[in-house]
Design a protein around this ligand. Structure first.
Ligand code: AMP
Length: 282
């Protein structure tokens, strides 16, 4: 059954709507919602608290040449999708509301975590993410915040920020929701042409292969290179495809790799003008 859902655009209105005794469970998004986002909202619902979903395309986390301008903005459709998931409030500020003046105070995450992988190819990305997440947390004051493991490094960075600043929020990471054929759901999948959509499966396939060979005694460095070259050979622009420790996203030692250290195969690659990321735990 459809729930009463309020669409709120200002911080003042949000604060007064959340004035009750229970701090909310919160799902931050950039919109163009799909089942992956809705799974986070359903998880948020389980906590017996008001549920807030934010929809805000955060300019601070895009480089000048990236897709900020063409990022899909589908607020009316997103609100309809959220009805019936148990979401109570949609917070959809415009830029002038969240950044009424240039956001010159920023959260600088540690380079060891934030300048590798995504951060190497998108410099400043995690500063933009941390800054908006902290600001949204200040607006929403959540007791629980739900993120997707699809953005594996982002989840790590947000966890670390919450811990280091003693933020009174429990950060929860949810599994990646995939299309029936295995492609991780993403707002950016809509950019893909029909041919690219078919070829997009090569990224999760490469990651599954790397994850499947993670414990091979011979090592994975040659396979990482082979898979990267394989994607490049099919016309992709691969950024990275690599096996890391889950706990800090650093490369595992041989002893860790063979000794059962929890690992994750992470990859990012451009297909045409679309950049896809994915990961497989192993
Ligand atoms: P975005 O709107 O892309 O910024 O994503 C908002 C939140 O949804 C982030 O915590 C993402 O990790 C999460 N998310 C995006 N895609 C998926 C997916 N396919 N499965 C699970 N969570 C996802």
């Amino acid at each position: 059954m459809a729930t009463e859902l309020r669409l709120i655009h200002t911080i003042a209105e949000l604060r007064s709507a959340l004035a009750g005794p229970l701090r909310p469970a919160f799902v931050p998004t950039m919109g163009k919602l799909h089942e992956g986002h809705l799974a986070l909202v359903r998880e948020a619902r389980r906590h017996g608290r008001p549920v807030v979903t934010s929809i805000f395309v955060n300019r601070l986390q895009f480089l000048p040449h990236e897709d900020f301008d063409r990022y899909p903005r589908t607020l009316a459709r997103d609100v309809e999708l959220l009805r019936g998931t148990g979401c109570d409030l949609v917070f959809a500020p415009d830029e002038a509301e969240l950044y009424p003046e240039p956001q010159v105070f920023k959260v600088a995450p540690p380079p060891a975590l934030a300048d590798i992988l995504e951060g190497e190819f998108r410099p400043g990305f995690f500063t933009g993410v941390c800054t908006v997440v902290l600001k949204l947390f200040e607006c929403v004051q959540p007791a629980v915040a739900v993120f997707g493991r699809k953005d594996y490094q982002q989840l790590q960075v947000v966890h670390a920020m919450a811990r280091q600043f003693a933020l009174p929020v429990e950060v929860i990471g949810m599994p990646t929701v995939r299309e029936a054929d295995g492609l991780a759901m993403s707002s950016r999948n809509d950019y893909l042409s029909a041919d690219e959509r078919r070829d997009a499966l090569a990224l999760p396939a490469a990651l599954r292969r790397l994850a499947g060979c993670a414990r091979e005694p011979a090592g994975v460095a040659p396979l990482e290179r082979e898979l990267l070259q394989g994607l490049a050979g099919r016309g992709w622009g691969p950024d990275y495809l690599t096996l890391r420790r889950r706990r800090d996203l650093q490369p595992p030692s041989e002893a860790e790799r063979l000794g059962g250290e929890p690992l994750v195969a992470l990859g990012a690659a451009r297909l045409g003008t679309t950049r896809l990321i994915d990961n497989v735990e192993c």
